[in-house]
Write a protein that binds this ligand. Structure first.
Ligand SMILES: Nc1ncnc2c1ncn2[C@@H]1O[C@H](COP(=O)(O)OP(=O)(O)OP(=O)(O)O)[C@@H](O)[C@H]1O
Length: 282
């Protein structure tokens, strides 16, 4: 057997290095797919538990290793059930990926060149919101600063166009075939329209219908900011971290979208006291 190097009593083979690299790539791709959804927290939970199990087994703690071992056995089955949708998408993506389409070599390399990030110009968004609000046109826009929300983008129609007032107004025009559902905005582009968002199960005041429920659900499930323009009243609301602030003015909407897109940990803490529960906002 050809050893690469030795650390104390540990003999590391080339095949071990390849093994670790492949697992890292697999985990990274899985993380990229789940990033922005609650499933990533479940995945991290599983990984932590698995690490503990490995350490307990290495330390030969028979009883705990036995219990955790049983749990891991069932855990794999549970993970398949919990992640059934994600696993399906992951396999679909793997199946669809070809050298020509996605540059598989590029995507599997950890040192892959970072794609230059587009910044979001919010002026056309604000102009569009103003117009949608004054004409009582219902709208749902999800802003995501960290994740492309692939899972939700895939539920709608891919657009991938630079933001413009005309584009947003056309999408939400009630005669447009794209007006139902949400638009997802990421890195200066409208990624998709007609996206289906997760719906919040919470008790909400009667005036909040499905659009508001979907915005709140999205804010519970992901680290995104969702804007709602009410079709009934033209009022504008923002949902973030499971909280909704209603009846906001245009300058306030501009400030909050800007703050979200440029957010740092510190700004996050300053924002918190301003949030209201949906009930309080009514
Ligand atoms: N899960 C969902 N994901 C994305 N969009 C949704 C979802 N559920 C409903 N919607 C959107 O919400 C619209 C229905 O809104 P509804 O009238 O029930 O909402 P509302 O909260 O009362 O808002 P409004 O004040 O605009 O009436 C649908 O036509 C659709 O565009």
């Amino acid at each position: 057997m050809i050893f690469a190097f030795k650390i104390g009593f540990l003999e590391v083979r080339w095949i071990d290095i390849l093994d670790i690299l492949l697992v890292s790539v697999l985990l990274y791709q899985l993380y990229k797919l789940l990033k922005g959804s609650v499933a990533v927290r479940v995945l991290i939970g599983f990984l932590v538990l698995y690490l503990v199990y490995l350490m307990v087994r290495a330390a030969q703690m028979e009883l705990l290793a036995g219990i955790l071992g049983q749990f891991m056995g069932v855990g794999v089955l549970a993970a398949i059930i919990i992640f059934s949708q994600e696993i399906r998408k992951f396999l679909l993506i793997l199946g669809k990926t070809t050298f020509r389409q996605n540059g598989i070599l590029q995507s599997v390399m950890i040192w892959k060149r970072k794609v230059e990030k587009e910044t979001t110009n919010i002026t056309p968004i604000i102009e569009a919101i103003k117009s949608l609000s004054t004409t009582n046109t219902g709208a749902l826009m999800v802003f995501s600063k960290s994740s492309e929300l692939k899972f939700y983008v895939d539920s709608g129609d891919l657009i991938d166009a630079f933001i413009s007032k005309r584009l947003l107004i056309s999408i939400f025009n009630k005669y447009s075939p794209l007006h139902d559902g949400a638009v997802i905005i990421h890195q200066g582009k409208v990624r998709a329209a007609r996206c289906i968002l997760p719906v919040s199960e919470r008790d909400l005041p009667a005036q909040f219908g499905m659009r508001h429920r979907a915005a709140l659900g999205m804010s519970e499930a992901t680290d995104s900011l969702t804007l709602i323009v009410s079709e009934e009243t033209g009022q504008m609301s923002l949902a973030r971290n499971g909280q909704m602030d209603s009846n906001l003015s245009i300058p306030e909407i501009r400030r909050r979208i800007n703050a979200y897109l440029q957010e740092t940990e510190k700004e996050n803490k300053v924002e918190e006291p301003e949030s209201q529960e949906p009930g309080e906002a009514a």
